[in-house]
Design a protein around this ligand. Structure first.
Ligand SMILES: [Zn+2]
Length: 392
């Protein structure tokens, strides 16, 4: 595949959902995402690939019998984190369509169905729970629970979807022979155009509700304050320090304040902790240490802290034999772990799963600066086509 052929299809979606920051606001099932989903159907139509929906918002474009035995799925997601980059997710879908084109041009006749897939709400940017579509497909979340998740405007997932999600349809995942997700690399670990994933770090999201006593910023004596912002601020620093000590990652990047007024001591500060580590005991110990220090500090500030685990994703070890096979097939492509979550990680609990990474020259992701060279993206398409040929 030549870089210009890749760039030609890429340019069709490049502007969709891009805002002034240069980043993307592609919230699941919001307007830009709906435009991308129409684009997906259109691409499938152009290639005579019938599209099915699993009732959970995930889309499948089929080359071969829909849900035929041992189907090989390949794709990713359209949604972005707020003001994120354009490659995280869509690269896997665009590459999948191009890999189908390449296999057809080569005269390949797949012995098993191939499906290009678009998973819904991978980032959790709208409804708060990452990999929602793949969790529903695999039965990792109850449909009723998913249906009731709300976005920041109070719209439920069921309302956005236009139906209660169907959940795991009986026998569906048993028809999947393999899932291959191509994705931009999100660190600087990969110094070749294409690599193969070995594992995903365990990771999770915890909500910290810091409560105190709302009062006047001018008239309340310093000694009389019960200010939850102080406890929050201390916790942000403590999380950073504990993560450094543990060789893990901790981030507090989302915060809500009530009443969020310049001249009022807040009554509530709500912050989210994103924590990740190479193994589950390290991650658990990290979170425990942060909670302990937040609680101690709350005692000194006269505030309270309540912690809720919103989502926890266990460590994922991808199918080692499959990863080795793909690495060998791709000329000894590097095999590397990632600390980012993916739909492929959720699927790996049920089906043989592998991921291909495309080089990210700066390592920047979840930012407008996220970027991959067209030549590397084209190499990614070649690798994906090679893998699909081998598997079908
Ligand atoms: Zn992604």
């Amino acid at each position: 595949m030549s870089a210009p052929v890749f760039s030609a299809l890429w340019s069709e979606i490049e502007a969709i959902g891009r805002v002034g920051s240069g980043g993307y606001l592609r919230y699941a099932l919001d307007t830009p995402d709906l435009v991308l989903r129409d684009w997906f159907r259109n691409q499938a139509d152009r290639r005579d690939l019938p599209v099915t929906d699993d009732g959970n918002g995930n889309l499948f474009a089929w080359w071969g019998e829909p849900w035929g035995r041992d189907a090989v799925l390949t794709g990713s997601h359209f949604d972005s984190v707020p003001h994120g980059g354009g490659f995280d997710g869509p690269l896997g879908i665009v590459s999948a369509f191009l890999a189908v084109d390449q296999l057809r041009a080569d005269g390949h006749t797949p012995a098993k169905p191939i499906a290009v897939v678009a998973f819904v709400e991978e980032e959790g940017g709208r409804f708060g729970l990452p990999c929602l579509g793949s969790r529903l497909l695999t039965g990792a979340i109850e449909p009723a629970k998913a249906a009731a998740l709300t976005d920041r405007d109070g719209v439920t997932f069921a309302e956005a979807l236009g139906a209660t999600p169907a959940g795991a349809l009986p026998g569906l995942t048993s028809r999947i022979g393999a899932l291959i997700e191509l994705h931009i690399e999100q660190g600087r670990q990969l110094d070749a155009p294409v690599g193969v994933a070995s594992a995903i770090w365990p990771h999770g999201r915890w909500r910290f509700d810091f409560t105190g006593h709302g009062d006047h910023a001018g008239t309340t004596r310093m000694a009389d304050r019960r200010d939850p912002m102080l406890t929050f601020a201390y916790t942000v620093l403590a999380a950073n320090k504990e993560a450094r000590l543990a060789g893990a990652h901790a981030t507090m990047a989302r915060v809500e304040v009530e009443p969020n007024a310049t001249n009022a001591i807040p009554s509530l500060v709500r912050g989210w902790l994103d924590a990740r580590a190479a193994d589950t005991p390290t991650m658990d110990a990290l979170v425990e240490a942060v909670v302990k220090r937040a609680t101690e500090r709350a005692g000194r500030d006269g505030t309270e802290v309540a912690v809720t685990a919103e989502s926890i994703s266990a460590e994922v070890a991808f199918d080692t034999a499959l990863a080795d096979r793909l690495s060998a097939l791709l000329g000894d492509a590097p095999i590397l772990p990632t600390s980012a979550g993916h739909d492929a990680g959720v699927l790996s609990a049920k089906v043989p799963t592998a991921m291909l990474f495309v080089r990210n020259p700066t390592g920047i992701s979840h930012s407008p600066a996220e970027f991959a060279e067209p030549a590397d993206c084209a190499a990614g398409v070649d690798a994906l086509a090679e893998v699909l040929r081998e598997l079908t």
